[in-house]
Write a protein that binds this ligand. Structure first.
Ligand code: ADP
Length: 299
């Protein structure tokens, strides 16, 4: 059997269309279009690409956008000052500070400085706290993307076993939060029995947990971490990993996830590809959050 490939790009485009209609309604009602502003510090090429992708999606939806570029040597105080300016700017609805930040800057401190109603990444302590309590307006985009993709497979999640590989504060942990939590809350939890594996999970234990998992979400950044023999037959596999590996045949870099896609797709029932799975959906969820933020800010 061959797993159904979850086409994140196609689903993302469908949702983008709906969001575009929502923005049109906002504008028809006489309000200005939602506005997303990104702060990009330094000259990391991948970060610049991510920000560019977000701005392209914003344009498609009719969200106005702006990117503030700051040099690598920008001080933390200067960055906090920039965030504060945006917090106080009535024309800005959503603020994103693209990761990674230079080493001399405390990322969490910067996230915490973003006004809660403009924190469309959901990384501030206040939003993350609310999210953990299942009462959040702005949840982080990657968990929302994972949620939407799982929802669209139509599989049951209640009482099922889920394994999340990776426990980063921005990705793995909030995904686990969403999978384990109660459906009857603001964040639309999935009621799954959820296990978090991380860098100190011994390989045999990783295999043990994965072999019992109906749903696997991997956010690690290690190519081929998840192999066919580790996966339960019929499992749903969501690959959040992104690694750039050298493609020997073409002598260039290509994007791969954490999952041995070719072999795992012979065991799983659903699987997301990389690229074209979680990535495009995450960008769309950020747009959705920006529209929610524009309502929060105008009410
Ligand atoms: P991201 O922010 O995209 O989640 P990070 O690089 O910050 O990525 O986090 C990688 C995560 O993967 C960490 O939580 C780490 O503990 C986890 N990890 C690393 N190696 C393994 C492994 N062999 N098995 C499971 N998880 C792992």
């Amino acid at each position: 059997t061959q797993a159904t490939i979850i086409d994140g790009k196609k689903i993302a485009n469908e949702i983008l269309k709906n969001l575009k209609a929502e923005v049109e309604d906002i504008v028809k009602a006489g309000k200005r279009a939602p506005c997303l502003t990104a702060i990009l510090v330094g000259d990391n090429a991948a970060s610049a690409t991510y920000v560019r992708n977000k701005m392209v999606a914003a344009k498609k939806v009719g969200i106005s956008s702006d990117t503030i570029r700051l040099p690598t040597e920008t001080s933390q105080d200067k960055l906090l000052e920039e965030v504060n300016k945006l917090n106080n700017d009535e024309k800005v609805d959503g603020i994103i500070v693209q990761l990674p930040l230079p080493k001399h800057i405390d990322e969490q401190k910067v996230f915490n400085s973003v006004l809660r109603t403009k924190d469309v990444d959901g990384f501030s302590a206040s939003n993350f706290g609310l999210f953990s309590l299942n009462m959040c307006a702005l949840a982080p985009a990657t968990p929302l993307a994972v949620h939407e993709l799982i929802l669209r497979t139509g599989i049951e999640t209640k009482g099922k076993n889920a394994v999340v590989c990776g426990r980063s504060k921005n990705v793995g942990l909030p995904i686990a939060m969403l999978l384990h939590s109660d459906t009857h809350g603001d964040i639309l939890g999935m009621d799954a029995t959820t296990t978090i594996c991380h860098r100190f999970t011994p390989p045999d234990q990783l295999t043990h947990y994965l072999q019992n998992a109906d749903i696997v979400v991997s956010a690690v950044g290690i190519p081929n971490l998840i192999q066919a023999h580790m996966v339960k037959k019929g499992a749903c596999i969501i690959d959040v990993g992104i690694s750039h590996v050298k493609d020997p045949s073409a002598n260039q870099f290509k994007l791969v996830g954490d999952v041995d896609f070719e072999n795992v797709s012979k065991v799983a029932s659903f699987i997301t590809p990389v690229p074209g799975g979680v990535g495009p959906m995450t960008v769309v969820m950020l747009m959705k959050n920006t529209i929610i933020a524009s309502r929060l800010n105008s009410s």
